[in-house]
Design a protein. Structure first.
Length: 359
């Protein structure tokens, strides 16, 4: 039996409970968690913005040590440090055939499986495949990648979602170039990672936008050269900070219709707006035909930053070792498993950056 944070039903508070975790079967790996990030996507799963089979153990951003492996697993063994990969690509579907592994059509099929049980025998599903809000988990072999050498597991845990998403959004989705101006809307965990990635890309003016003035220090530490408190004047303020033109690139990391619209309006004529955050289906954004023609902006979405974990983890590790990237600066609270419900409350209120569960 291990302790875990269980979501009994959509919209219900998380419950800390003991669960019965089986030994790994063929093609599976058992991992003892060292750390797990509390991501806004977990909140979206709990409140129904994104669908998840329930009851479930959430948590999809984590790192730990292999306890045991099932038959057929040969890329890791007991004692290896690993990063959890919540979106393993199948390599067989149409998207994978195009090389767009972040859009794999089968990436989340494991979330529908029963992977453990509560003490009373209730079946449990692994939220986003990996169920990282637990002392230990059992996952498919494709959900574990060797942890980068020389990177502490508490930092490596954040590579599994926030850092991969932010880095990928800048380098692959928006394709930020040296000397460009960048506006990042939302200074939570992904937003802070995006700011760091914009700095690595060589952006000259990096503007962070958030509704909370208290996040200015976090944003500037991550690479922001300017900070704007979100309001209905935000697009005008960003134009003022960019010579009257608007940002070359705006990245929306909050998943809010009002922020997406503000990011669009803050982008220069001919610039690029990228939606990184996950919004609800009731969050509608409208455009008129004339503005689409006149502004000639590009509006794109991205999933997981258009990243490929096996390809990108070594790149991120090199940035960390060279001192260009510091995942630890994303973390505003180091908490225990019992504190996860409180971390969800803070996210709902828009407080802080990333909470990190340290086991």
């Amino acid at each position: 039996m291990v302790r875990a944070a269980v979501l009994p039903a959509v919209g219900s508070p998380l419950e800390i409970a003991e669960i019965d975790l089986p030994e790994p079967g063929p093609g599976q790996v058992r991992v003892r968690l060292t750390a797990a990030g509390v991501c806004h996507s977990d909140l979206s799963l709990s409140n129904g913005t994104m669908r998840v089979p329930v009851p479930a153990v959430l948590g999809h951003e984590g790192a730990g040590t292999v306890v045991s492996v099932g038959d057929g697993v040969d890329h890791v063994r007991a004692g290896d440090d690993v990063v959890l990969n919540w979106a393993p690509s199948c390599g067989l579907c149409h998207a994978c055939g195009l090389g767009e592994v972040w859009l794999c059509e089968r990436a989340l099929t494991g979330s529908g499986n029963v992977y453990a049980r509560r003490a009373d025998g209730t079946d449990l599903h692994p939220g986003l495949n990996v169920a990282a809000f637990a002392e230990e988990t059992v996952v498919a072999a494709g959900c574990v990648l060797p942890a980068p050498h020389g990177v502490p597991l508490t930092d490596a845990a954040l590579l599994g979602c926030a850092v991969l998403t932010g880095y990928g959004a800048v380098h692959y989705s928006a394709q930020v170039k040296v000397g460009e101006s960048v506006a990042v809307f939302g200074a939570g965990g992904v937003g802070l990672a995006t700011l760091q990635a914009a700095r690595i890309a060589g952006a000259e003016t990096i503007i962070a936008v958030d509704v909370a003035p208290a996040k200015e220090e976090l944003a500037r530490a991550a690479g922001a050269t300017e900070f704007v408190v979100a309001s209905d004047r935000t697009p005008k303020e960003i134009r003022r900070l960019t010579g009257g033109h608007g940002a070359d690139v705006a990245l929306e990391c909050a998943g809010r219709a009002v922020a997406i619209r503000a990011a669009w309006e803050s982008t220069r004529r001919g610039g690029r707006t990228t939606v990184v955050g996950i919004g609800g289906k009731d969050q509608e954004v409208t455009f008129n035909a004339l503005e689409l023609f006149h502004w000639s902006r590009t509006l794109t979405g991205c999933v997981f930053g258009n990243s490929a974990p096996a390809r990108d983890l070594p790149v991120l590790a090199e940035h960390i070792r060279a001192g260009r990237l510091d995942p630890g600066t994303l973390v505003t609270d180091r908490i225990t498993l019992d504190d996860i419900p409180g971390a969800f409350e803070n996210m709902t209120a828009g407080k802080g950056g990333r909470a990190l569960v340290v086991f």
